[in-house]
Design a protein around this ligand. Sequence first.
Ligand code: UT7
Length: 325
Amino acid sequence: MKQEIGIRLLGTGSCVPSQVVTNADMEGIVETSDEWIRTRTGIEQRHIADGETNLALTKTAAERAMAMAGIDPKEIGVVICATMTGETMVPSLACLLQRECGLSEHVFAFDMSAACTGFLYALHTARALLCAVPEKKYALVTGSELLSRITDFSDRNTCVLFGDGAGAAVLELDENTAYYFDGGAKGDDQVLYCPRNYTLPNPFSHADAEPKQQKVSMEGRAVYTFAVQALTGSILRTAEQAGGLPDKYICHQANARIIQTAAKQLKEPMEKFFMNIEHCGNTSAASIPIALDECVRSGGIQRGETVMLSGFGGGLAYGTAFFTF
Ligand code: UT7
């Protein structure tokens, strides 16, 4: 397999809303228990925005990543924001980030919607753009969600799972290391679904006249089965390209049991898997960059170690990237 030019993560950053919602708080709004949530998912608390916007969280995460990278924001050539809960359809979150972070007006800036796989697709696309356009030196990739905007807080099947937050990474190409990727999609609007809410009257169309409630619904068990297969399969295919398994894993934080089952199937020790689901819950596109930032800042991954980032979820979609940190 041809060795691909690597990436170097120069900086990471994250930001979560200040409000903490515990499992005990959830017991107050739906028929659930701390014990059920902890044993079925590993979640103990999550952060839920109370006034913070997706843009504000993403801006702080991006500023922290650029500060760690030690680069001038004007040097960013590509910015891709993975999100499905941006402030507006137009402008994109990425365009607003250009303004808010003082990025160059020559930056390529756009959003990417791939739910929980969004950060992986965005990272892979950013790397491809850096390869294709050599004058672009650095890319800023973010993953952020205000899932509380699309959560039905009367549905115990979903509302106990989700949280809000943002994560970011600054990267450049690195010819001295290798990069491998595996990803794909399997369209399914039955097991994980959230409609758009187009409500303006249209005198020329009678189709779809009923406004739909913009809320997430999920068949947990079916998604769980997909998630375990996608995670294990994608890690193995990526490892086959790379010639081995990595030193560390940062997987989408949807359910601790999904990661534990994948680890068992891969015969890998749990110590290699960074986890933060207990205090963040499932933040979709934000979960991998938030976990990555926490792992980097706590010394959970060292320069020279190899890492796999692996995402899976709505779409249904999945993706895994292998690189040297
Ligand atoms: O990020 C996108 C990708 N998402 C995922 O990967 C999520 C994948 N799915 C999961 O993580 C798990 O399926 C869940 C955590 C969502 C659910 O766990 P489960 O072990 O698959 O439970 P279940 O859906 O099969 O439900 C078991 C029982 C049901 O009751 P009955 O029918 O057995 O009487 C549910 O009604 O648990 C009940 N239940 C709850 N009970 C207390 C469902 N939600 C709750 C709740 N509190 N919050």
